[in-house]
Design a protein around this ligand. Structure first.
Ligand SMILES: [Zn+2]
Length: 86
């Protein structure tokens, strides 16, 4: 699941911007005892943890997961066709 998330453009829940500044260095000041990576929206400046962003973008992630699944199936079909052609 983690790998899929990396391939998805996470959008700012507030403004829909997809550019974020990585804040993992300053994170401790913003969230107590958080080991999570924080992202700051480059547009509106809102700060989110990774899990918050994933939660807000669950639909997009689910869609991408479906795409990846379809792609994998197609690839598999190709391989199987090749196998039978030999
Ligand atoms: Zn924003």
């Amino acid at each position: 699941m983690k790998d899929i998330v990396k391939n998805v453009d996470l959008l700012c829940p507030l403004c829909g911007n997809k550019l974020f500044d990585n804040l993992d260095v300053d994170c401790d000041n913003l969230y107590d005892a958080s080991e999570e990576v924080c992202f700051k929206c480059a547009n509106c400046g809102c700060v989110y943890t990774e899990s918050q962003l994933i939660e807000h973008n669950q639909d997009v992630i689910d869609e991408s997961f479906e795409d990846i699944k379809d792609e994998a199936l197609k690839q598999m079909e190709k391989e199987i066709t090749k196998m039978f052609k030999k």
